[in-house]
Design a protein around this ligand. Structure first.
Ligand code: DC
Length: 209
């Protein structure tokens, strides 16, 4: 397994994907967007005519699907890079991400990706610091005000972001929460570079000790 992992969690619009990509570029590491994996699975479930709340059928799909996120998001040979941002996927993804058997299958895949990664890996999602890689070199929890997160997602009022926040934080299986030893950063007023700098500083402290 790649022994060099930076794990980043946080709610929608907190800057995870942007920061993870910028950090990976800075370090020359790979990046894994686990939200894109749940979104790809949701796109495929809808494409296959499954009811997102049919836990057994969606779990079966999760166990058998071939998912890649780079260079474009693809599931079972279908390019879903654009579809994973559609309204239909936005609405259904929380239901699918709350399915415990789906989460088990996804966590296994994420760990397998890390095992095969020869270099360092920046992984971002909702349960990366708490469940998937609790022993990551650095664990980061990003937040930002609801207004700012809605603005970043191009939404008026933030109702949809707030709905997903609630679903992600209140589900029984691996709810979004900050790990006790995660570095908490409020990105509302910070630039991407400032956030990356802060994480790199933390990483240097750890690796030089
Ligand atoms: O980060 P995102 O908005 O692309 O995530 C999409 C959905 O997937 C969101 O409802 C949270 C969920 N998710 C999750 O439950 N666990 C992860 N590790 C990543 C995303």
């Amino acid at each position: 397994m790649s022994s060099e992992i930076v794990a980043i969690d946080g709610p929608a619009g907190s800057g995870k994907s942007t920061v993870a990509r910028a950090l990976a570029t800075h370090l020359g590491w790979s990046v894994l967007d686990t939200g894109a994996m749940y979104r790809a699975l949701t796109s495929e479930a809808l494409f296959s005519g499954l009811d997102p709340s049919d836990e057994d059928a969606v779990a079966e799909l999760a166990r058998n699907a071939r998912i890649t996120t780079l260079p474009r998001v693809n599931i079972n040979g279908r390019d879903v890079h654009d579809d994973i941002r559609s309204d239909a996927v936005n609405v259904a993804v929380s239901t699918i991400a709350a399915n415990p058997a789906v989460r088990t299958a996804m966590v296994e895949r994420q760990r397998a990706i890390a095992r095969h990664e020869p270099g360092g890996l920046v992984v971002e999602g909702r349960d990366i610091t708490t469940v998937v890689f609790p022993d990551a070199l650095v664990k980061v929890f990003l937040t930002a005000s609801l207004d700012e997160r809605a603005r970043r997602r191009g939404e008026e009022g933030g109702a949809s972001v707030a709905r997903r926040d609630h679903a992600d934080a209140s589900r029984v299986a691996s709810p979004l929460r900050r790990a006790d030893d995660a570095l908490a950063l409020d990105t509302t007023e910070l630039s991407v570079d400032q956030v990356v700098e802060e994480i790199v500083r933390c990483l240097k402290n750890i690796t030089s000790n």
